[in-house]
Write a protein that binds this ligand. Sequence first.
Ligand SMILES: [Zn+2]
Length: 453
Amino acid sequence: MTATTLFHAPLAWLDGRWQPDVLLRVGADGHWLDVRAGLPAPEGARRLDGPVLPSLVNAHSHAFQRAFAGLAEQRARDSDDFWSWRERMYGVALRITPDQLRAIAAQLYTELLAGGYTQVCEFHYLHHREDGQPYDDDLAMSWALAEAARDVGIGLTLLPVLYAHAGFAETGLRDTQRRFRTDADWVWRACQRINAAGLPLVSAGVALHSLRAAHPEDIRHLQQRVGTTPVPIHIHVAEQQQEVRDCLAATGQRPLAALADYGLDPRWQLVHATHSTRGEIDRIAASGAGVVICPGTEANLGDGLADLEGWLAAGVPMTVGSDSQVTRFWVEELRWLEYGQRLGQQRRNVAAWPGRQPSTAARLFDACLKGSAAAAGLGAWGLVPGARADFLVLDVAGCGLSGLPADALMDGLIFASQGQPWREVFVAGVSQPLRDAARTHRFEAVMQACWGA
Ligand SMILES: [Zn+2]
């Protein structure tokens, strides 16, 4: 874009509700100059053909797992759980090349855009050659993800992962984890190199795989390297009951309590945080750290249900993530997030806040909106001045919401829509294509190479 662009929307989601006649002004840098309701469309403004809402950040993705989605839904033995799934997932991780990763990620990122996400946080641990040796450029796999994001036009927060141990009581990794091996210095150097590259729409933070894969000396070492640099710090934590038991055995504490002892702050993003106590939630809330819930994946893997009411009541910033890529659509994630609670508690509208925000969908959506900037390491997010001009145009009739009163559109979208709800998806003020046949052909060729007879 070369100059200011003006959009006008009949309705837009501002300050937790739909407001009419909204004028949206985008600067030459693709960020909002201002967004104001109750104004007529001036000459030269582009009229948007439906209600406008902010897109969301997908705060947790492993792109390569897109090549595995749909291939782990059969059971041939008596038991099947997260750990048996993980062994099969490693089978894919051990084979993928940088070119294949780029094709897989390009397909995934196109689908994520169509799912209403315009920024994806890649929790990226698949770094080395198939034999575990580094590539000539040891960030070859990271660049493959960055190229895929550039091809698609989606924002990317790359999070190189510190992955050093196979378990709380184990030193080093197993042979099946040889492509993941990193330490604090490696991760910090990767973060600095990616940020120094200055790629449009791409930035980097850091990640720790988990408390079992990053031991206390690794975590402190990385904290010391990062210092006060304002980059996001992501970690998987408290996803599985087995992990809670192992952490208790190794440290005498549950995972969230053990993690809180490192001194968290708003840069920290706790992925899953499924198994928590209210005392742990209070400690996380006091630190300012956020939680990233992945309802589709957590359901798929049988992880358990997060304490949604506890996290919301404590005001902890929240986001959702597509994680293993079985769900690539945030509407479905928010629907699952609430429905899991309803099924478990035999109650309705669990996430609503009587007297403050009676709409369940609005409470969930605004919680995710609030958590988005910190999760992605961006200064601002949403329909606010300074944030990148990313937004969605709702196709009311196309997703089955015709005739719904305007003030019920968010509830309708989350709980009663069907099919593709977006007429258009904008990133930095530019409408992006939501499908690409050539990209899908390249992805199909990779799937054939991975899984063909
Ligand atoms: Zn994950």
